[in-house]
Ligand binder design. Structure first.
Ligand code: GUN
Length: 290
């Protein structure tokens, strides 16, 4: 039997549409659009693509986009001064500093400078702490997008065994907390986990977020499990290809014959990240208008 393919692209398009409609209503009432500021330091090509895509999606969702592109040699003080200026700007509801930052810039210090009320990425320690203790706050966009896809597919997650592979602050840890909040039984696996295939075989839900191309194999998956692939890895170009294929952390071709449902790469989790960012920005805008 072949797995249902979870269409994150369609889900994200529908979410962006709903957020856009709410943003238009917000603008009528507030006399201004919700505003998202994106800060990009340096010339990293992948980051430039992401930032361009975020700007376009923001405008398409009836929001204001403020882009700040700074040179790679920007100092820590100048970057923090910009964040503080955005904190004070009433037209800006959300602030996103694109990571990774180049050179010696201290990411934690820059994120700490963001007003937690504008932390639409959910990376501030206050946001992380709120998630941990179950208080309202901003949740990182990628794991929030994953839990939306899971709940859409499975409904109630109570009592299900979930294995999150990867323990990053941006995906793995918040993902585990969201699954726990949804009453799943959660295991976080990582590079030191013993007998990873055996651990993953117990899972009704697998979330792969390790950044290793096609690491999760078909014989690791319990038949019928739901598999969420957060990885985006570019393979080396094959003969005759200019650019290598994009693949996830899951070996899609094999796993799709065992899983009950699986997100593809591309077109699965990726599009959800920007849609949730817009959703978080709308939530911030409402909070700022009281
Ligand atoms: N770099 C890669 N993904 C992200 C993200 O979701 N937010 C930010 N700020 N930087 C990123």
């Amino acid at each position: 039997m072949s797995a249902q393919i979870i269409d994150g692209k369609a889900f994200a398009a529908s979410l962006r549409e709903r957020v856009g409609a709410h943003a238009a209503t917000f603008a009528e009432k507030a006399g201004r659009k919700p505003g998202l500021a994106v800060v990009l330091v340096g010339e990293d090509p992948a980051s430039q693509v992401y930032v361009g895509a975020k700007g376009k999606a923001t405008l398409a969702a009836n929001m204001e986009s403020f882009e700040h592109r700074l040179p790679a040699d920007t100092s820590q003080d100048d970057l923090i001064a910009l964040v503080e200026q955005l904190n004070a700007d009433p037209a800006v509801d959300g602030i996103l500093v694109q990571l990774p930052l180049p050179g010696d810039l201290d990411e934690q210090a820059v994120i700490a400078a963001i007003d937690p009320g504008k932390d639409v990425d959910g990376f501030h320690v206050e946001s992380a702490g709120r998630l941990m203790v179950g208080r309202e706050g901003f949740v990182p966009c990628t794991p929030l997008g994953c839990i939306m896809l899971l709940q859409d597919r499975l409904g109630d997650l109570s009592g299900l065994n979930a294995v999150v592979i990867g323990r990053s602050n941006i995906v793995g840890k918040p993902m585990a907390q969201l699954l726990l909040d949804a009453n799943a039984t959660v295991t976080i696996a990582h590079s030191r986990t013993k007998d990873l295939p055996e651990v993953v075989r117990r899972a009704d839900i697998v979330v792969a977020a390790v950044g290793r191309a096609e690491m999760v194999k078909a014989d690791w998956i319990k038949p019928g499990a739901t598999v969420i692939d957060v990885g985006i890895n570019r393979l080396a170009p094959a003969e005759g290809e200019k650019r290598g294929r994009l693949v996830g952390d899951v070996e899609f071709a094999g796993v799709k014959d065992v899983a009950g449902a699986i997100t593809p790469v591309p077109g699965g989790v990726g599009p959800m990240t920007i849609a949730v960012l817009l959703r978080n920005t709308l939530v911030a805008a409402h909070a700022h208008e009281g």
